[in-house]
Each structure stands twice: as structure tokens, then as C-alpha cells.
Design a protein around this ligand. Structure first.
Ligand code: PBG
Length: 329
């Protein structure tokens, strides 16, 4: 048969390629993670995340304004808690005047329309580095959910638009939703880390917040009893559908690049927006390879971000957000 269909016709030049392109990247795709520390005038580079910083509140203002001007309208806040404020119950997490609560107010003060999401989990507040309360060598579920709900309420009271529970306790979305409703925070949203895997890709993040699980007698040195086993695929759907039933407004798959199959599975199975988190280890890998001159940083970065879009993500949490937007200009 004579060749009638030639797919290369649609790839002849840039104009036709952009005309038929199925996905695009825009600043609106991004959620920008921000690390906050105590102090004044602090902008510290995270050693395992070159080009990424922890900011004190005064410099957080500047950063938030800069993001807004670039068209980056959503942030996800994380705090590094001083050691002397850490305890097993996460008491400091509920402090009305704690760093997270002040960080929320600070961002809202300088950019009132910025969408502010907060991380909800106990690990930065725990001397053990666990997302929940540790008792008798285990991370207890229901008690942890109670604290996570109180923590969410405290963030909502400080002005957070969304809380983002990243802890993977069973039933925490329901506990949070019920408390928010009861306290009349009906419009505070929940972005659930619903399919979050026990992953070694979180290493640099744990450096950033000094939040790694400790090596101690009677404390698990990993998060495998609550974060998911990376061998599992069907389980991601179960976790995600349960979170939606419990009241999650947005669901998330994490990590990103090595878990694109899950992004597509989840997208095909839910009717809420799907987020993906391109985590710290993914950022570190590309920075390291680019530093060595082994990969073209910008080209690989765009290819990876497009992969998230193609896989079906509506929202991309990424440390590359600013780099990408600068390139788009
Ligand atoms: C803590 C939390 C983690 C990340 C986001 N929230 C680390 C962990 O679960 O140990 C990882 C983010 C990243 O690696 O970029 N609940």
C-alpha cells in the first residue's frame, strides 16, 4: 500500500508542532513549596537542594511578592522548628503564635490574594521525626488524628486557605473536615497527600527541616507503617477514594516522576483535582547532574514538568516553579 498517513507532517516545523501540542505549561500549574525559619534576614541555602532556601519571615515577604509578580499564586508552607520546641505530642504545632501561624499571616499581609496552603504533620515538631505520636515503638493512629485536626484548625484560624495533611494516618481527613465544619471553617479546603509513598526521595527535604526519623531504641527509623509501600499500585486508588469520601477537595500523588503511573490511575478514577509533588530528591538529582555538566538543566526540567501534565496532573508542587516560569518568559 502507498504511504498515505505520514505522522511527520505534524512535526515539520515549530508552528505546526505548537498548533497540535496536547499539553502546555503555565504559571497557574504550580504550587510553590516554601521553607520558613525563625530569625531575621535569614536566607539560607539548603545544602542538598542547591538554589533553594529557608527564609525568615521578613524575607518571606519579599519572596511571596516576587512569586506573585511572576504569576505564581499558590504556596505550600513548611516550617523548621527549633529543637527546644519539639515534643512527641507536637504541642508547638498548636501554638497560635507559632512559626507556621505567623508565616500564614505574613504571606496574607503582603499578598492578600495568594492562596496559602500549610503542611499538616507532626514530623517537624517531633523529636522523633515522625508524622504522628510515638507510643511503645509505634506511631499511634487515632490520637495523632486528633492533634492533626487541632493543628489544621489552628492554621485555618491563622488564615490558611487550604490545609495539606501529609501524614498518612487513617481517617485524618475525616477528623480534620469534621472539626473545620464544627468550628465554622466551611470554606477552608483540604489538599490530601492521599497516595504518599515511603520514599527515599524525601532525603533533602528532611535535611531542610531537620525532620528525619531518628535512630533510637523503640522508635521506628522509617515511615513504612503509615506511608505506602512503593510496590503497590491498586492501593493508591483505595487511599485516594477514601480521602475523597472523607472530604478531601484535592488529592495528591507523591513522589512525582517515579510515580507517573499513579498520577494517571488517580486522574482516571476521581472527579476532584489531582496534584503531584515533584519532591526534594527529584530536584536534587537534576541539580547534581546539571552541576556536573551531564544533563541540560532547563531542557530536562521542562521535559519532567510536561510529563506531569501529560500524566494528568492539574497541580504541580515543584521546587522548580520559579525556574520554569522564568524560562517561559
Ligand atoms: C512530612 C513531609 C515530607 C515531605 C512533605 N511533607 C517528608 C516525609 O514524609 O518524610 C517531602 C517533600 C519533599 O521531599 O520534597 N510529612
Amino acid at each position: 500500500m502507498q504511504q498515505l498517513r505520514r505522522n511527520r507532517r505534524l512535526r515539520t516545523n515549530d508552528a505546526i508542532r505548537s498548533l497540535v501540542r496536547e499539553n502546555t505549561i503555565t504559571p497557574q500549574d504550580f504550587l510553590v513549596p516554601l521553607f520558613v525559619v525563625e530569625g531575621k534576614g535569614v536566607k539560607e541555602e539548603i545544602s542538598s537542594m542547591p538554589g533553594y532556601y529557608r527564609y525568615s519571615l521578613d524575607l518571606l515577604k519579599k519572596e511571596a511578592k516576587e512569586l506573585w509578580i511572576m504569576g505564581l499564586k499558590s504556596v505550600l508552607l513548611f516550617v523548621k522548628v527549633p529543637d527546644d520546641l519539639k515534643d512527641n505530642k507536637g504541642t508547638e504545632a498548636l501554638n497560635k503564635n507559632g512559626l507556621m501561624q505567623r508565616a500564614v499571616k505574613t504571606v496574607k499581609e503582603v499578598v492578600p490574594d495568594m492562596l496559602v496552603m500549610t503542611d499538616v504533620a507532626l514530623d517537624p515538631y517531633s523529636p522523633y521525626g515522625h508524622d504522628g505520636i510515638v507510643e511503645d515503638g509505634a506511631i499511634v493512629n487515632d490520637k495523632s488524628c486528633e492533634v492533626l485536626a487541632q493543628m489544621s484548625l489552628s492554621h485555618a484560624q491563622a488564615g490558611a486557605d487550604f490545609v495539606a495533611p501529609s501524614d498518612m494516618m487513617d481517617g485524618r481527613i475525616l477528623a480534620i473536615r469534621e472539626l473545620l465544619e464544627k468550628e465554622n471553617f466551611k470554606n477552608t479546603g483540604i489538599m490530601s497527600y492521599s497516595a504518599k509513598y515511603a520514599s527515599a526521595f524525601y532525603g533533602p527535604f528532611r535535611d531542610a527541616l531537620d525532620s528525619a526519623p531518628v535512630d533510637m531504641v523503640n522508635v521506628p527509623n522509617n515511615k513504612k507503617t503509615y506511608q505506602m509501600d512503593f510496590a503497590n499500585r491498586d492501593e493508591a486508588i483505595k487511599e485516594t477514594l477514601m480521602d475523597i469520601e472523607e472530604g478531601a477537595d484535592i488529592v495528591m500523588v507523591k513522589p512525582g516522576l517515579a510515580y507517573l503511573d499513579l498520577v494517571r490511575d488517580v486522574r482516571d478514577n476521581v472527579d476532584v483535582p489531582v496534584a503531584v509533588y515533584q519532591v526534594s530528591g527529584e530536584y536534587a538529582m537534576l541539580k547534581a547532574a546539571a552541576e556536573k555538566g551531564w544533563l541540560d538543566h532547563d531542557a530536562v526540567m521542562l521535559e519532567q514538568i510536561m510529563a506531569f501534565k501529560r500524566a494528568g496532573a492539574h497541580i504541580i508542587a515543584s521546587y522548580f516553579a520559579k525556574d520554569v516560569v522564568k524560562l517561559l518568559d
